[in-house]
Every structure is written in C-alpha cells, then in structure tokens.
Design a protein around this ligand. Structure first.
Ligand SMILES: NC(=O)NCCC[C@H](N)C(=O)O
Length: 258
C-alpha cells in the first residue's frame, strides 16, 4: 500500500521575522499563525494523512515552510540547499526525519541552490523553477538525482514570484493552474488553466479528488468546484504575509512502502 504520510513543522516563535522578497512586510500574528497551522494539520489528518512533525527549529523563522527543505521522488529524499543562506540550518532536522522514515537520502551541494517550492511534480514530469532561490547548478543536480529514477526534468523560468509553486500547481488530472500575471511562460505547460486569483494557483492534492486551498481564493474555489473538484479551504493569512502558500506547509510522502 502506498503511504499517506506528510511532514509538517511547528511554526517558530520567531515566525514574524521570516523573509519577504516580493511583497511589503506586514505584521504577523504568531499566536494566530499557530492556530492556523494546527487547523491545516487537522485538515490533512481529516483526509487520511498521518502527519509527522519534524523537530521544531525555533531559531529559524521560516522553518514552518518545510516544503523548501526536501524534494521527494519515489522513496528518494533530496535534501535541498536553500537559496536563502538564512534558511540552510533548517535542513538538518528534515534530513533526520526522512532518514528515520527509511527514505534514501541525497543532497544538493554547493554551488547548487534549490528550494523545494521550486519543484512541481506532475506524474513523472518534474518541473523545476529557475528563479531567485534555485540556480542552474541546483537544476543540474536535481536532474542528476531524479532522471536515473525515471523523472523527466523540465526547467522553467520564474521571475515574478518567489517560487515556481507560488505561480503554478497541478490538479489531480495533471492540468497546471496559475494566475497568468504571475506565470512567466504558461505555454511551457501542456494543459494550462488560468485562475482568477494569485493564491488560487496553489492546491494540495489530498487524494480522492479533494483539493486543499487557501481561503483567500474564493473565486478560484468556485471555478474548481464548478469543474467537479472537491475543494477544502483553510485560512493561512499569517503565512501568506510571508509569501507562504498551502503547498509549502507540508511535504507529502506517497511512495514509501514501509
Ligand atoms: N514553498 C514556499 O512557498 N515557501 C514559502 C517560503 C516563504 C519564506 N518567507 C521565504 O521567503 O523563504
């Protein structure tokens, strides 16, 4: 049976000092963020995911955005080297967590940089965003790690948002969705659907046709429901103030057979 495990990481008390790159800094309510994170974790659990808490990294303000520290392909965990030097201390605890789950572990090495938020998997196609956080060496190392396992790695430019997955994610049928003003080259994706809100571009596939989305994208939720998807929403306003999305708060491990 394929696994339904998801890594999550409790927000740091220093969350409000998290990085912002493309938006103006706004005050973050850390108490509210913790409540929103707990509701997010509860939504994963309610849909059959066993959530595994990575050891908290209280000194790392952005550590709740656990997706950026590891990329999974089958049972291989590629530990990233985040593009922001301030985030590199986050990877140690994640490496421990995936190793203890029995994953094979591989690493992005200097001079490569890669953030997990830049990697979108659609079947065996792995899109990787070359942008502010992921460099060319990071793309090459990702290719070297995953192509031998059967991945087709496609590099795409990202200049308008923090990460590739800030711009696009994919529906269960493989359709890539994005808010056109934030997508560098929509034509690179076969089957692209434009959505009306920036945060509507972010979906987490919960399984059974269900999509987890941010409450901040009601028009996109309506569009996707109208197309027959089953949409579940969570309020993640405090993480959105730090350029976080529903996708970056967990890493789903679907191909562990332990
Ligand atoms: N994958 C993601 O979308 N990660 C969000 C990271 C936000 C964090 N404030 C950062 O700038 O690294």
């Amino acid at each position: 049976m394929p696994s339904k495990k998801a890594l999550v990481r409790r927000p740091s008390p220093r969350l409000a000092d998290g990085l912002v790159t493309h938006i103006a800094r706004q005050q973050v309510d850390v108490g509210l963020a913790v409540k929103q994170w707990e509701a997010y974790v509860a939504a994963l659990r309610a849909h059959g995911w066993e959530t595994i808490e990575v050891e908290p990294a209280d000194d790392c303000p952005d550590s709740v955005f656990v997706e950026d520290t590891v990329v999974m392909f089958r049972n291989v965990a590629l530990i990233t080297r985040p593009g922001a030097a301030a985030r590199r201390a986050e990877t140690a605890g994640v490496e421990e967590a995936v190793a203890s789950l029995g994953c094979s572990v591989n690493w992005i090495w200097d001079p490569g940089t890669l953030d997990g938020g830049d990697v979108l998997k659609v079947g065996d196609t792995v899109y990787v965003g070359r942008g502010g956080r992921t460099n060319a060496a990071g793309v090459q190392q990702l290719r070297a790690a995953f192509e031998p396992l059967g991945a087709r790695v496609v590099a795409v430019p990202v200049s308008k948002v923090l990460h590739l997955k800030s711009a696009v994610t994919a529906l269960p049928d493989g359709t890539v969705i994005g808010h056109i003003p934030r997508v560098d080259r929509p034509s690179l994706f076969p089957g692209f659907l434009s959505v009306p809100e920036e945060s509507g571009a972010h979906v987490v596939l919960l399984g059974g046709g269900k999509l987890l989305m941010a409450a901040s994208a009601p028009r996109t939720a309506e569009l996707l429901s109208d197309l027959g998807h089953d949409v579940v929403t969570v309020d993640i306003s405090e993480f959105e103030k730090l350029e976080g999305c529903v996708t970056c708060l967990s890493v789903r491990l679907r191909e562990l057979y332990a």
